[in-house]
Design a protein around this ligand. Structure first.
Ligand SMILES: Cc1cc2nc3c(=O)[nH]c(=O)nc-3n(C[C@H](O)[C@H](O)[C@H](O)COP(=O)(O)OP(=O)(O)OC[C@H]3O[C@@H](n4cnc5c(N)ncnc54)[C@H](O)[C@@H]3O)c2cc1C
Length: 551
């Protein structure tokens, strides 16, 4: 049985995990586990950019207000202020590491001078009152990930474990000492069991501090912009271990994914509408003015529901996004990746509208944390998309997620380093090795694929953009049956990556259904036709779930 001991265990190699790794590596050894290749992440897919205040007409107050407006009454104002005000410094850190963001023309000529302060070219996206999207063409995430990965690979204190998928956190009950008072028994996290996908060995990672940076959960839904890694593993692991999760009913559906049988997960960035693209129906008629005064620049949830309504009304397979009225050189220069990718599917966006449909895109809820990314399970941190920090409230403002991950990687690293120096780790016992006594190799792989498909389809149909009590009840009945099947199967057979992910999407689906059923109003991304209005008196609060270990 392999046991790896380290100061910091980081699960996930997106922007959150990599940034945190670079910041803590100065103070201890780091084990960074990631379930596929290091670049496999939502981060690598991010196109639009990172929201931060650099514009001359912009201000922290405006960014704060836009974020609060989008969050529809559920943002934590202190968190919003903290993230917005820290944003520019975190972007400057990325530039110092070597990330190439687009610069304005005049700034390019002075790029060689020593007192160079880059004049960033800022894009604008839906819900933003100002241009504030820092971007690297339309491949911002890939550029950021590339630079962070290079630095991580160069750092001798960071030990990288690719193709290692975390199964569960390890928790140990201990007697905590607080000052001179010895308090009750409480659990703490001391690492994770991790499956090495190449050798099929389950390894025990023991750590003083564990960080979940496992990203989103788009794969819970049939249609999603997310890559295959986004199965909500962190949320499921944290919940099973006893940490609090919150606000999982707030799933953001991106309004515009390319509608094409081969274009799996291909997202058409919001930045396109920021640059003047308009949504039209099959006859070429714009329709957003019927739904919101901001028209095509309305918040994502409004646009996604508008498209959903248009599709249900017309019975069409898709609506269309048209930017062909803009200068074709401008389109090719501003959206080189999108332009090329669309061409491979047979669409020339400089000449014709693109067929688009909505898809599950971003999870606003997640593992509940404080301003330092600390969960309520001792020694466990969570940052990035897997966390629920209070920044997004009921609806994330476009491009606020990468900045949240950067800012929290910073505050969490500061806090975790302090923990390493102040907590007493002397009495940590070795956790028991992974126990697979009595299990055999699976002879029923069909159970995994059947339940995988079923969950994603009924989540799309019953717990999607528009919900109702009846649909949520149906979803609840189905997930209960599937959960029982998975439990029976899980303990009889050796674990595999597919089974681990199925167990996690089922867990996250159950939690989303519970949260959605609990909230008897419509707010932000959660829309229930039986309760179509926002009800501040009863529901201006987070939906909190914590596993009960009793009975
Ligand atoms: C198509 C697309 C476009 C987007 N565009 C933007 C944008 O323009 N601006 C913006 O702000 N946001 C955007 N987002 C959202 C943003 O990309 C994500 O919220 C952000 O990248 C999340 O970063 P992260 O580090 O938390 O997670 P990720 O980047 O998703 O990384 C998660 C990591 O955890 C690993 N992992 C997961 N489970 C396990 C496990 N069990 N064991 C081991 N490893 C595990 C994964 O393999 C991965 O390495 C976009 C998202 C998508 C999908």
């Amino acid at each position: 049985m392999t046991q790896i001991k380290t100061d910091f265990l980081i699960i996930g190699s997106g922007i959150a995990g990599l940034t945190f790794a670079l910041k803590v590596a100065e103070f201890g050894d780091v084990a960074l586990v990631t379930k596929k290749g290091i670049m496999d992440s939502n981060t690598s897919q991010a196109q639009g950019g990172i929201a931060s205040v650099f514009g001359k007409l912009d201000s922290f107050d405006l960014h704060i207000q836009d974020t609060l407006d989008s969050g529809d009454g559920l943002c934590n104002r202190d968190v919003v202020e903290m993230v917005v005000k820290n944003g520019p410094d975190r972007i400057r850190e990325l530039i110092d590491l070597g990330v190439h963001f687009n610069l304005k023309e005049k700034s390019l000529s002075s790029a060689g001078s020593s007192d160079f302060e880059p004049d960033l070219d800022l894009g604008r996206e839906g819900g933003h009152s100002q241009k504030r999207i820092v971007h690297a063409h339309d491949m911002t995430g890939r550029e950021v990930e590339r630079v962070l990965v290079d630095h991580v690979k160069d750092n001798h204190r960071i030990h990288l474990f690719e193709n290692h998928i975390a199964i569960d956190l390890i928790t140990i009950s201990t007697r905590l000492k607080r000052g001179t008072i010895t308090t009750t028994h409480e659990d703490y996290c001391c690492g994770a069991y991790v499956l090495d996908r190449q050798t099929n060995e389950v390894k025990t990672f023991c750590a003083k501090i564990t960080l979940l940076a496992t990203g989103g959960a788009g794969k819970v839904y049939l249609y999603t912009s997310n890559p295959d890694i986004a199965t909500g593993d962190g949320i499921a692991m944290a919940y099973r271990a006893g940490a609090t999760v919150a606000n999982l009913e707030f799933v953001q559906f991106h309004p515009t994914c390319l509608y094409h049988p081969d274009a799996k997960n291909f997202l058409i960035s919001e930045a396109l509408r920021g640059e003047g693209a308009i949504l039209v129906d099959a006859s070429g008629l714009p329709f957003m003015e019927k739904y919101d005064p901001k028209k095509d620049l309305a918040c994502r949830d409004v646009v996604a529901r508008a498209i959903d309504a248009e599709l249900k009304k017309s019975g069409a397979d898709s609506v269309f996004l048209d930017i062909s009225h803009k200068n074709s050189d401008f389109i090719k220069d501003r959206f080189p990746n999108l332009y090329q990718k669309c061409l491979t599917f047979g669409f020339d966006m400089t000449k014709e509208p693109l067929p688009v449909v909505p898809a599950a895109h971003y999870m606003c809820g997640g593992i509940a944390t404080d301003m330092f990314g600390k969960t309520d399970l001792h020694r466990l941190y969570a940052i990035g998309e897997t966390a629920c920090t209070g920044l997004h409230g009921a609806n994330r403002l476009a491009s606020n997620s990468l900045i949240e991950a950067l800012v929290y990687a910073h505050t969490a690293a500061q806090s975790a380093v302090k923990d390493i120096h102040t907590l007493d780790f002397g009495f940590t016992p070795d956790p028991p090795p992974w126990d697979e006594v009595g299990t055999t190799d699976s002879d029923e792989g069909i159970m995994v694929s059947q339940n995988w498909d079923e969950i994603r389809r009924f989540m799309w149909n019953y717990v999607g953009i528009v919900r109702s009590n009846k649909r949520l009840e149906r979803a609840k009945r189905r997930i209960e049956i599937i959960q029982q099947e998975i439990r029976d199967y899980y303990w009889d057979f050796k674990v595999s990556a597919d089974l681990i992910e199925l167990r996690n999407i089922a867990m996250v689906a159950e939690l989303i259904i519970k949260c959605a059923g609990h909230r008897k109003e419509s707010r932000g991304l959660h829309y229930n036709i039986e309760f179509p209005h926002r009800d501040d008196q009863r529901w201006q609060k987070d939906t909190i779930l914590r596993r009960s270990f009793l009975g």
